[in-house]
Design a protein around this ligand. Structure first.
Ligand code: FAD
Length: 663
């Protein structure tokens, strides 16, 4: 990173503070969120600050646009987990934002345009090495590498900078922010880790999923590993860790079966020279290089998240919610399990069955029209509802069972490892088939419905008091279920997992995995069978959980230490237990101090997944709301320090210290 900084031309010595002569905003962190907020500021400036000429400082130690997650400097084997046609940073007419929509290509369309030579390049943008080659291979249902996704973001960033000029001049700083301070006139002093400082009117934090210190059992497991010369990898982002400590042939326990597991699985197999080969029978086979360790994977569920779909619905995504509106829940306190779970489960289930009736009526035991009428009329889980499903949906593979879909290994016990392995191979093959074969599009409709219902649920939660509850129908369990159904691996990755399991490189340890330290080894046990797997290596194959109490990011450490921010907590009204959310508490976008007062000059964005096109994605309207709140505050802040509209008081000296001026 230091080399990058020098390449950007930054002065390595501690310079004098940069003083703003024009209204100025610093954006801390420039991954998708920081980039999106910048774009929304550019789109709204002519409406909310028409006479201003802004300076916007964008600060990130990683390349702007892509940021840490989507940077070029990572293996091309690491893919985005979201289909390329489901990724965009553009607002379209579905986005309920107050600012003007700016339409543009999804990641997939962008790659097609690039490959066809139809993509306009904004000033300063050149495709990264490998981008053209990958873009030429784009196809429907394609999952882009993270590097290519980062290049889309980089293109979007440059395009935004060009569109923002001349109202806004954007400067990039390849650095981490260490602290923020209030100057006597209210402006903000931003201290960078390269020794520089920036004095600006307002600051927006867009730091994404912040770094945390090792927690829970991790320090103890690390100590055990150090004492016995074992290998231990705590939770981390895959592109930030070295896997050299896991040698060929050695058993490695992997705790976690989500995206991070898939990343590490790929790096330890294909990344070590193994190859996947398609047999004449159509089956994918793994040809080992001999340099792979042997991976034993388990987790709480013991199965990977449900595979992504490789096809699209033939019609429009289901209209959800059908049976309630967030306003129905406005005026009274709610119990999640009693009031909301049944409503949500009904919405998801019916969304699946409506798709079944529309696209596959021949698989119903009754007339499709009659089925839909009776579905609408029946109370959720009433005897009429159950009878209808029994009669109308004869094939169990077409049934939508929201509870059963969530924990497929729950209450299953196997006689031995071979029986568990056989069950897993069947489960994975079945899931792969659902993701590939449009015959199962009812499950794809449920996938779409989850996104819509989550937005409606969010509106309910924000309006009133909701008791989150405990157990399988709690709010936490519902969001966990949503992740299980929507955050799974791309189909091709699941097929690779199957091939690796058949080749004996990956084995399964089951559900409710527990790891203990004994006899100078790690030992894994699960609820799925009576077996202890011993290994000299353990990888926590998950992203770290967030909590401000464990934060490692220097800026947030500083703000927590100075008691300038506080964590949003959820209180369970029954138990009174306060649960940290990992989010900074805000009023609108302004962070609240411990006394509950909002900071007038600082704004906070929340992390979110990559926005999806044509879904009124909350990520995009939140970016718009933060941008507009910031621009409105800019007017107030400038009038308070008595600057005229030109923003040029005679006393302010100009000392440009942007590492790179963008426009
Ligand atoms: C490994 C991984 C894979 C993912 N894959 C997917 C996926 O396939 N699909 C999907 O929808 N979502 C995925 N996500 C979720 C991902 O977080 C979002 O897609 C998206 O990147 C969020 O954007 P963001 O800008 O909020 O956060 P980030 O992308 O994390 O960007 C935040 C930026 O802030 C910078 N920053 C932090 N602290 C400071 C500081 N003190 N000073 C200066 N800069 C700072 C960081 O360097 C970083 O570049 C993935 C996340 C991870 C970690």
């Amino acid at each position: 990173m230091n080399e990058d900084r020098r390449a950007d031309g930054a002065d390595e010595s501690a310079p004098a503070p940069h003083r703003a002569e024009r209204p100025s905003i610093a954006i801390v962190g420039c991954g998708p969120r920081g980039t999106s907020v910048l774009e929304r500021i550019a789109a709204n400036t002519h409406l909310l600050a028409p006479d201003e000429r802004l300076d916007i400082h964008v600060i990130d130690p990683y390349p702007v646009g892509a940021g840490r997650v989507w940077r070029q400097d990572q293996s091309p084997l690491l893919w985005s987990n979201t289909r390329a046609d489901e990724c965009t940073l553009f607002t379209d007419d579905t986005v309920t934002c107050q600012g003007p929509a700016v339409e543009g290509p999804t990641l997939e369309q962008w790659a097609r345009d690039l490959a066809a030579g139809d993509l306009p390049f904004p000033p300063g943008y050149e495709p990264a090495p490998g981008t053209r080659e990958e873009a030429a291979r784009v196809h429907a249902g394609w999952f882009a590498s993270r590097r290519l996704t980062g290049d889309y973001l980089s293109w979007f960033f440059r395009r935004t900078v060009a569109a923002a000029a001349p109202s806004a001049r954007v400067r990039t700083h390849r650095a981490s922010v260490l602290s923020l301070g209030d100057l006597p006139d209210g402006r903000q002093r931003v201290r960078l880790d390269d020794g520089g400082t920036l004095d600006v009117d307002l600051v927006i934090l867009a730091q994404g999923h912040f770094q945390v210190k090792p927690h829970g059992p991790e320090p103890r497991l690390a100590q055990h590993a150090a004492a016995h010369r074992l290998s231990y990898q705590p939770t981390a982002q895959t592109s930030d860790v070295s896997l050299d400590a896991f040698p060929a042939g050695e058993p490695v326990l992997m705790r976690g079966f989500g995206l991070t597991f898939i990343d590490i699985m790929v790096l330890l197999t294909e990344g070590r020279g193994g190859r996947f080969r398609r047999e004449p029978s159509g089956e994918l086979r793994y040809v080992p290089s001999g340099r792979e360790p042997r991976l034993y994977v388990g987790s709480r569920r013991g199965v990977p998240y449900r595979s992504k779909f490789g096809y699209v619905l033939s019609g429009l995504p289901p209209r959800v919610p059908r049976y309630f509106s967030p306003a129905d829940f406005a005026d009274h306190s709610l119990d999640f399990a009693a009031d909301l779970w049944p409503a949500l489960a009904r919405e998801l289930t019916v969304a699946g069955y409506r798709e079944l009736a529309h696209s596959h009526p021949h698989r119903l035991g009754v007339d499709a029209g009659e089925f839909l009428d009776r579905l609408d009329a029946a109370q959720w889980q009433s005897p009429e509802f159950k009878d209808l499903i029994e009669q109308a949906v004869p094939d169990s593979r077409d049934r939508i069972d929201v509870d059963g879909l969530d924990r497929p290994l729950a209450n299953r016990r196997f006689s031995d490892a071979a029986a568990l392995r056989a069950w897993m191979l069947h489960y994975l093959a079945d899931d792969l088939e659902r993701g590939r074969n449009p015959r199962y599009s009812a499950h794809l409709a449920v996938y779409h419905a989850i996104f819509s219902i989550s937005q409606a649920l969010w509106a309910v939660v924000q309006r009133g008091e909701v008791e989150p509850g405990n157990g399988s129908h709690s709010m936490t369990a519902f969001f966990d279920f949503c992740r299980f159904r929507t955050s799974g691996p791309p189909g091709p990755r699941l097929e690779q997992l199957l091939a690796l399991a058949r080749a004996g490189v990956v084995d399964f340890v089951g559900a409710n995995m527990k790891v203990t330290c004994r006899g100078g080894m790690f030992e894994a046990r699960t609820s799925s069978l009576d077996r202890v797997v011993r290994a000299r290596a353990l990888i926590e194959a998950r992203l770290p959980g967030r909590a401000l109490t464990r934060v490692a990011d220097p800026l947030l450490l500083h703000l927590v230490g100075e008691r300038e921010i506080r964590e949003q907590v959820q209180t369970d009204p029954t138990t009174g237990r306060r649960q940290p959310t990992g989010l900074i508490d805000t009023l609108g976008a302004r962070p609240l101090g411990p006394d509950g007062s909002p900071h007038p000059r600082r704004f906070v964005t929340s992390p979110g997944d990559f926005p999806r096109p044509r879904t009124n994605d909350p990520f995009l309207h939140q970016s718009d709301a933060v941008a507009r709140e910031t621009l409105r505050a800019l007017g107030e802040a400038r009038s308070r320090i008595g600057l005229d509209r030109s923003g040029l008081p005679a006393t302010v000296a100009r000392e440009d210290r942007g590492d790179g001026e963008e426009g």
